[in-house]
Design a protein around this ligand. Structure first.
Ligand code: CTP
Ligand code: CA
Length: 225
């Protein structure tokens, strides 16, 4: 059924993967972030390399080692990640956005360490640009895969994100499910395209999820989606 060996499936393709969590600075020694380990994105980068792709990994804060054999670009904030991704978009064939991007950042970043004063303090946050939505609106030939972390109404939220952000595929995980999400070596995902649910995968290692996802992407690209 598949005409190419897996090692050549993505030969000649330029793939950009984002992974990890972003870091939003409050002052020189403090920041806001999330529990993303980077594992899912790293597994995707590795799987793409094993299929012969030229892989660029844009990575924020991660708690595991970055994979070998992929070009790694380190970023801190969502704004940095946006620049790194948008700047490289024209040359890419496939973009996979597995990073956990902070939705908000502190409205101001203090240049000096903030001193404690009153019994209460308020931290004002402002919304970050949506990187996936931005590339969805700029894309020309690129095949775009988004992610979604959900705790309820997964199908509905996933389809809404896919359409709003103009993705070709969207991978959603129910983070409340056993064996899924942040920090785990396994994941339970549902894959959607513009017409709805494509596949609901069982509990799999993140490496297996990555391979499965890239086989699907390669298939779709070959069929000219
Ligand atoms: N994403 C992004 N830029 C942001 C926020 C999210 O690129 N500022 C991307 C993530 O990398 C992921 C997808 O959007 O691929 C979905 O992230 P998610 O947090 O599930 O969705 P949001 O649109 O942020 O909605 P919400 O958090 O309210 O569910
Ligand atoms: Ca979010």
């Amino acid at each position: 059924e598949r005409f190419f060996g897996e090692k050549e499936l993505l030969q000649g393709k330029k793939v950009l993967v984002t992974a990890g969590g972003t870091v939003e600075r409050i002052d020189p020694v403090r920041y806001l972030t999330n529990d993303s380990s980077g594992k899912m994105g790293f597994a995707i980068a590795e799987a793409a390399r094993l299929m012969g792709a030229d892989v660029t990994l844009v990575v924020g804060k991660a708690s595991v080692q970055t994979p070998e054999g992929v070009r790694t670009v380190r970023v801190e904030s969502a704004q940095d990640m946006l620049e790194a991704v948008v700047g490289r978009l024209p040359e890419m064939d496939i973009v996979i956005k597995a990073a956990a991007v902070a939705d908000y950042r502190p409205a101001e970043q203090a240049e000096q360490k903030i001193k404690k004063k009153d019994a209460e303090m308020t931290l004002k946050l402002v919304k970050n640009s949506d990187i996936l939505q931005t590339i969805g609106s700029l894309k020309t030939k690129q095949f775009i895969v988004g992610f979604a972390a959900e705790t309820q109404s997964i199908d509905e939220h996933a389809m809404d994100k896919l359409k709003r952000k103009n993705c070709d595929l969207l991978v959603a995980n129910d983070v409340t499910q056993e064996g899924a999400g942040f920090g785990h070596d396994t994941n339970v995902v549902r894959i959607y395209d513009r017409s709805g649910l494509v596949e609901a995968l069982p509990v799999m290692s993140k490496r297996e999820v990555a391979r499965h996802l890239l086989l699907t992407v390669a298939d779709r690209i070959r069929k000219g989606d």
